[in-house]
Design a protein around this ligand. Structure first.
Ligand code: NAP
Length: 307
């Protein structure tokens, strides 16, 4: 089967760390061009924008966007209107209404839109979902705490309006929670700590319900030392612990299982399936929960933050 010719937009950290290696190993895609103002991929023709890339390289069939969420709407619209299939890094857009408009535009243009959630592809997420499916859920604790200076050095956009702040990683936890919990999550209360010189929170706490279960989530962007990407679920059959971003699973009475990282190869395999079957996959539940948290949040202004 012919490989799908792909253009990669926004050559920054995640494009270099994950997308380029996944594409190099892919039987489904051929990376034929990039669109980035400064970033380049060795051996691949680079353009400064998606519009220029599509104009110069009409053979591009699909575009994968690794730019920050703010500004991605116009970039994705440009590709969709040109009849290209589109894959979006998480979060899919800066707002829910942008993401919904992209889904409608993709339907109207007859192209695939894939709003990815890479953490859902972590090794043990599917097993956690299967184990929880028939259990009574009593309580859930989400702890997503990492060091912004280690993982996002100098990324000022992440704390600017539309950058999601601590929800840039935190939305990964919500993408897993919405996948593994049998009942929908409902936002009840939230607090957000926003540095005096920034627009988005560096820390947040959210209380949800999922069915009858209380769900308590803590997000922190200033965690030094060990990093924490864990979800614990108390059930009628004991506690499930899904840790290390979804790659390790502890179940009551069973040995710990730990899988290797295959998140981005899985995302590109899924994108190819969607393109070939003419379908889209746009699940907006994680971004809706973040938007709801912003609606109800009590905001506390904290010390200015510099990288
Ligand atoms: P990044 O290192 O800042 O790279 C993003 C690239 O997008 C930049 O290098 C820049 O390249 C381009 N860009 C276009 N408009 C921009 C703007 N207004 N401000 C800044 N850059 C702009 O960011 P990243 O860490 O790769 O994250 C990009 C997306 O991937 C985010 O949605 C993030 O949530 C997601 N993601 C990141 C990680 C991670 O570990 N970093 C993991 C998973 C997912 P040019 O200057 O060349 O145009």
């Amino acid at each position: 089967m012919d490989r799908i010719k792909l253009g990669l937009a926004g050559i920054g950290k995640i494009a270099r760390d994950q997308h380029v290696p996944a594409l190099a190993a892919s039987d489904d895609f051929e990376l034929v061009a990039t669109a980035s103002r400064h970033g380049r991929v060795e051996g691949v023709t680079g353009y400064v924008s998606i519009a220029e890339m599509i104009h110069a390289c009409p053979q591009v069939e699909a575009v994968s966007l690794c730019t920050p969420p703010e500004g991605r709407f116009e970039q994705a619209m440009t590709a969709i209107r040109a009849g290209k299939h589109v894959m979006l890094e998480k979060p899919p857009a800066a707002t829910v209404s942008e993401a919904e408009a992209l889904a409608a535009a993709a339907r109207a243009s007859g192209v695939t839109l894939f709003a990815t959630w890479h953490s859902r592809e972590a090794a043990e997420v599917d097993a956690a979902r299967t184990w929880l499916a028939d259990r009574r859920i009593d309580a859930v604790r989400i702890r997503w705490m990492e060091n912004i200076r280690q993982w996002h050095p100098g990324q000022d956009w992440i704390l600017a309006a539309g950058g999601f702040g601590v929800f840039d990683p935190g939305i990964n936890a919500l993408s897993i929670a919405t996948r593994i919990l049998p009942q929908p999550l409902v936002v009840l209360h939230a607090t957000m700590d926003v540095p005096a010189n920034r627009a988005c929170p560096l820390a947040a706490a959210i209380t949800f319900r999922s069915g009858e279960a209380a769900v308590d989530a803590c997000f922190d962007f200033l965690q030094t030392g060990g990093q924490t990407w864990d979800i614990e679920v108390d059930t009628d059959a004991g506690m499930l612990r899904l840790t290390h971003g979804g790659s390790r699973l502890e179940l009551p009475g069973e040995p710990l299982v730990s899988g290797s990282n295959d998140e981005y190869p899985r995302l590109y395999r899924r994108f190819a399936e969607l393109v070939r079957s003419g379908e889209s996959d746009v699940d907006l539940r994680p971004i809706k929960l973040v938007a709801d948290a912003f609606l109800v949040a009590e905001r506390r202004v904290t010390e200015p933050f510099e990288f």
